[in-house]
Design a protein around this ligand. Structure first.
Ligand SMILES: [Zn+2]
Length: 208
């Protein structure tokens, strides 16, 4: 960390130790001093696949933002989602900026692409997967009271940032879940919603 020496600025910001970078305040241009403690670089403990939780995959249908897709790869890596099925306009890791945002998770999370999300949903359903959509509407149940997590593999179905899940895909889903919202907005950022749901579904029954 470095901190600006100017009394009225005192901007505190991260900068690599020992280099010239950060010697000038990015906010006011004044001189800075190294301050604080070095970052530990510690990461969360790695855990194996917990016993008791269901196998979970996800269908990311018509996600527009490359950053969202990259973040979802990283989320899937963390939560132990075993396969990401990308469909429609969802950019794949073939796009360099998806890979950049995924920070390597596109290597560790198996993925596939299909141009038609509805056909992908129908095919997964026929193979015995349980399709669970993240969406509002009359069928939606609150995620945190979900029962029946154990059983056949679950596919979390996530749709477009603005339009949500394709209604025809939604009709193929066994269940629909929403996240409780306390504020003014009707929905969360798609990556945040996916992250909460992925962790809940994967770890709710996990044995630790
Ligand atoms: Zn400053």
């Amino acid at each position: 960390m470095r901190q600006c020496r100017q009394g009225e600025c005192r901007f505190r910001f991260p900068a690599p130790a020992g280099g010239a970078e950060g010697e000038r305040c990015p906010r006011c241009g004044g001189p800075t001093d190294p301050v604080g403690l070095p970052y530990s670089g510690q990461r969360a403990e790695r855990r194996g696949i917990p016993a008791g939780g269901p196998a979970v995959e996800a269908l990311l249908d018509n996600i527009r933002s490359i950053y969202n897709v990259g973040s979802m790869f990283r989320t899937a890596d963390g939560a132990g989602i075993r396969h990401l099925r990308l469909a429609g306009i969802t950019p794949t890791p073939a796009h360099p900026r998806v890979a950049k945002t995924a920070l390597g998770a596109e290597q560790s999370v198996p993925w596939s692409y299909t141009p038609n999300g509805l056909e992908a949903a129908v095919a997964l359903k026929e193979r015995g997967y349980r399709l669970w959509a993240l969406e509002g509407g009359p069928r939606a149940e609150p995620l945190f009271t979900a029962t029946g997590l154990d059983g056949p593999p679950i596919v979390l179905v996530v749709g477009n940032e603005l339009a949500g899940v394709d209604p025809a895909v939604l009709a193929e889903c066994e269940r629909v879940f929403y996240l409780p919202m306390q504020g003014e907005k009707g929905s969360l950022n798609v990556v945040v919603a996916f992250g909460i749901a992925a962790y809940f579904v994967r770890y709710r029954l996990a044995g630790f």
